[in-house]
Design a protein around this ligand. Structure first.
Ligand SMILES: [Zn+2]
Length: 306
């Protein structure tokens, strides 16, 4: 399986359009020791021809153009993108679906709850259903394995298992709708298994890390893990108000470094990094601390095989 990281920043990207934090200011001034990043987007393939997107970011158009593997190959209208797997209904994870509306057959794997939010409550997503066989939606359930398939139902060979991580739906989902949804289907992580027997954990939003999750992570070969905020009060200190990282469903990196210290088998990579996170600055003590513990900090364009 080949894994490509097309984007590695949290929602808003880096720099963020309305942000003048120290990091964003330094990037704009050309004085930053580190790289700008687009919003988190990963793509995986087993055969090199059919690719599956993990989420669909608002930066997807430019991310596709930056990745020749994802360009059309044959005929006037074609795409190597066979499907999308959704971990949640957050805007920075689903808005890119609307950028894939040009009548290209796709399969979208999602929980029934996420599918209902998008298709029943947000009429714009009807643009994905304008003609028969445009977008095939397949529900999955947390804890159960499912195969990633293209729109025609052909199995890619990639087996995916969703792990329920959070119970909070995005703020745009009405209270009435939330009462009809299954809390365990709100926010997922994925364990992805190619035929080689190796495994990838993809978890861009991790509200808490319990022993059952630690055990699963320790059996993986590569982790792509929540690196959103360095500290719990990061946004409050910068903005003067707001929510803590944990209230937003993200375990701070400084806590993850401790909690996952005993997880030694996998290659450990942070992604979904907010523009305020001091570890983005490669001259910072936080960057040195992360790298010193063996963790890596994802950059747009990275790829690896497993
Ligand atoms: Zn910023």
């Amino acid at each position: 399986m080949r894994v490509k990281i097309l984007g590695s920043a949290a929602g808003g990207a880096f720099p963020q359009w309305n942000c003048a934090c120290a990091n964003c200011r330094a990037v704009r001034a050309g004085e930053f020791h580190g790289k700008p990043r687009t919003q988190t987007q990963a793509a995986i393939t087993e055969d090199g021809r059919s690719w599956f997107l993990l989420g669909a970011s608002p930066d997807l158009r430019t991310q596709i153009e930056a990745a020749p593997e994802l360009h059309p190959r044959a005929g006037l209208r074609q795409s190597p993108i066979a499907g999308v797997v959704l971990a949640n209904a957050d805007l920075d994870h689903v808005l890119g679906l609307l950028l894939l509306r040009e009548l290209q057959p796709l399969r979208v794997h999602a929980t029934a709850s996420v599918r209902r939010i998008l298709r029943e409550d947000n009429s714009m997503f009807g643009m994905l259903q304008r003609i028969p066989n445009q977008t095939a939606w397949t529900d999955f359930e947390p804890g159960k394995g499912f195969s990633l398939c293209n729109a025609q139902g052909e199995d890619s060979g990639l087996l995916c298992q969703a792990w329920s991580l959070g119970t909070h739906y995005p703020a745009y989902v009405t209270a009435g709708r939330q009462s009809q949804l299954s809390p365990g289907e709100a926010s997922l992580g994925f364990f992805i298994h190619p035929p080689s027997g190796s495994s990838l954990a993809y978890m861009p939003a991790v509200p808490q890390v319990d022993d059952a999750l630690l055990e699963q992570l320790d059996a993986c070969d590569v982790l792509l893990f929540d690196g959103t905020f360095w500290s719990d009060d990061e946004l409050i200190r910068i903005q003067g108000s707001g929510q803590t990282a944990l209230q937003m469903g993200h375990t701070p990196v400084e806590n993850i470094l401790m909690k996952l210290a005993g997880v030694r088998r996998p290659r450990k990579i942070f992604l979904h990094i907010n523009n305020t996170n001091p570890m983005l600055d490669e001259a910072s003590p936080q960057y040195r601390q992360v790298r010193g513990t063996g963790w890596e900090i994802a950059e747009d364009g990275w790829q690896f095989d497993l």
